[in-house]
Design a protein around this ligand. Structure first.
Ligand SMILES: C[S@@+](CC[C@H](N)C(=O)[O-])C[C@H]1O[C@@H](n2cnc3c(N)ncnc32)[C@H](O)[C@@H]1O
Length: 223
């Protein structure tokens, strides 16, 4: 079990949205992503397809699930979805072992590669949560952020409904801007959390951070 003490607010050499964000979004809209995809990510996709086929339920993907606290919570609250958490860290995935639920599973995979395979195969989510992805706050690491990465396009293609949470306002506003530049409806708000649904949310809330939520529902809009 990890230690979740007091956390400092995100500190960055950026004071506003990244200057290259728009250029990157436009570039990735046209570019072909050739980043290698790991074998364990292909395996994750096979596991997801199997679980969804077994349950016959729409897929709720919980990317960057960490130990899976949010995955289990969403599965319990939404028995009409098959909720699958994905994280690249086998250590995190093993940290809080729980029996697999009927509509719940954790898989090891790299989110960016998984989104791309899913997009290539025309395999879509019905709900996609991305709770507290690593912020990569250094300006030079913009391409490691979800919206600064070539996989952002694939993420959009597989996701009609998106919810991202972060404790860094600039990250939330960049994500919102990236959605807008991609012609996706979007909303941003500071989140009042009565009950933390992830370990990091628990830590950030206890540390007094403002939590940001960005949502997008594109069911009526063609991307
Ligand atoms: C800040 S933690 C948040 C975990 C969880 N969502 C929470 O709020 O407690 C970020 C998680 O993303 C995972 N991660 C980072 N990059 C990843 C990637 N490219 N693909 C899959 N998981 C990744 C890390 O292993 C880590 O568990």
């Amino acid at each position: 079990m990890e230690s979740f003490g007091v956390s400092k607010p995100v500190s960055s050499n950026q004071t506003s949205l990244h200057k290259d964000l728009e250029v990157l979004i436009n570039r990735y809209a046209k570019a072909v992503d050739k980043t290698p995809i790991t074998d364990f990510t292909y395996e994750a996709f096979e596991q997801i397809k199997q679980k969804v086929a077994e349950t016959q339920l729409p897929l709720w993907l919980d990317s960057f699930s960490g130990t899976g606290v949010s995955t289990r919570y969403f599965a319990q609250q939404n028995s009409d979805y098959c909720v699958i958490g994905v994280d690249q860290s086998s250590v995190r995935l093993r940290a809080e072992p729980q029996p697999e639920g009927e509509n719940y599973m954790l898989v090891r995979g790299e989110c960016e590669g998984l989104w791309r395979v899913m997009a290539q195969e025309g395999y879509y989510t019905s709900m996609h949560t991305l709770l507290y992805p690593n912020p990569w706050p250094k300006s030079q690491h913009i391409k490691r952020r979800v919206h600064g990465n070539a996989a952002f396009r694939s993420m959009l293609r597989i996701s009609s409904r998106i919810e991202l949470r972060t404790n860094w306002e600039i990250y939330a506003r960049e994500f919102e801007r990236a959605l807008m530049l991609s012609n996706r409806p979007t909303q941003i708000r500071a989140l009042e959390v009565d009950r933390a649904v992830t370990r990091f949310e628990e830590k950030y809330r206890a540390s007094g951070h403002t939590l940001w939520q960005v949502t997008s529902d594109a069911r009526d809009v063609s991307v």
